[in-house]
Design a binder for this molecule. Structure first.
Ligand code: SF4
Length: 340
């Protein structure tokens, strides 16, 4: 029957044979592992590959990251979302560039933006520390393996999972054990849809499988309803240039660039009137498009008006297509209007 102490023996050989060839597994450099773990929070592996390669090409060392202008940093992060991750990476890089990488769990945990999971991952993978990195993947595997019916969102469940795992961490391969647990959760004991129990190295001992509970475990919290907000978005064009402006320094998408926008669903007449009020001398509406963007707690339903204008009002920055491509970080919520 399921016993946590069997996990290393079952998972490590399986991991050696089945691990995916991922760019951040080519070496154990803490900068590389740390960057990948931060990028992978809330983002799929396939989406991260390209970002990871571009980021390291532009900023190959921690010192390069520490010295990178914020505009360039946000541009490299553009589209990944949760932009505070990038800002915290840089804050931490400034410390690391001065003092070197901490090689303990506690030292890593003290860096800005590094939580228990990331500290555990870097400490075990890069510095052979026997500390667990417990994320949703690992909690799901454990909840199923042990048929634990307590909700995995409960901090006490996470704490217990960390303690149970750390009691059995293999001294000679802590990094591989961390990655084996993550890998099983990501590729076999799947979060959505049925787990692939037939190819799971834990299947003979897994209580959820033996008791027919793989559909109902782990117990998830009820999803909170997301608020919906209507917005009007303006694509104000003067020749080939497009108006953009900076968002406020706090709140959603803080400090990033945006297309001018406002509350409410908007109509062509109201959009033209607003563009005139801004002093942009609007001529015609070239097109009207509806787009949607889902954030963690809110959904934006956006009506976008593509308007030709006669005047570059200085309240906005008027960016060329090349500048929009290479210089300004425009979050996906707005960039999707430029994609057609
Ligand atoms: S046997 Fe199935 S439910 Fe159990 S850990 Fe493996 S994949 Fe997950």
């Amino acid at each position: 029957m399921a016993d946590v102490k069997d996990l290393p023996g079952l998972l490590l050989p399986w991991y050696q044979q089945n691990k995916r060839d991922l760019p951040w597994r080519k070496d154990r450099q803490p900068y590389h592992v740390w960057l990948s773990e931060i990028m992978l929070q809330q983002t799929r592996v396939e989406a991260v590959r390209g970002y990871y390669a571009r980021f390291l090409e532009a900023l190959p060392t921690v010192r390069d990251l520490a010295l990178c202008p914020e505009e360039q940093l946000l541009k490299l992060w553009e589209g990944l979302g949760y932009y505070n991750r990038a800002r915290n990476l840089q804050k931490a890089a400034k410390t690391v560039a001065e003092t070197g990488f901490p090689d303990t769990y506690e030292g890593l945990l003290a860096l800005p933006g590094v939580g228990e999971y990331t500290a555990g991952a870097v400490a075990s993978i890069c510095f052979d520390r026997p500390v667990a990195a417990v994320d949703g993947n690992v909690l799901r595997v454990l909840a199923r393996f042990l048929a634990d019916e307590r909700p995995i969102i409960d901090p006490a469940v996470k704490k217990r999972a960390k303690a149970l795992l750390e009691a059995v961490y293999p001294a000679d391969s802590p990094g591989d054990f961390t990655q084996a647990l993550m890998e099983l959760g990501a590729t076999v004991c799947l979060p959505n849809g049925p787990p692939k129990c037939e190819s799971c190295p834990l299947s003979a001992r897994c209580r959820a499988r033996l008791e027919g509970k793989t559909d109902t475990l782990p117990v998830k919290p009820r999803k909170q309803q997301r608020k919906t907000e209507d917005r009007t978005v303006f694509l104000l064009r003067c020749g080939e240039k497009l108006a953009i402006e900076k968002r406020p320094d706090s709140g959603l998408l803080a400090g990033l660039w945006q297309l001018p926008n406002g509350h409410g669903p908007g109509t062509p007449e109201l959009a033209l009137a607003q563009a005139a009020k801004w002093g942009c001398e609007p001529h015609d509406i070239l097109s009207q498009r509806h787009k949607k963007h889902i954030f963690t707690h809110i959904t934006w339903e956006m009506e976008g008006f593509d308007i030709t204008c006669g005047r570059e009002d200085p309240r906005f920055v008027w960016a060329t297509p090349e500048e929009l491509q290479t210089k300004y970080a425009l979050p996906t919520a707005f960039r999707q209007f430029l994609e057609e």
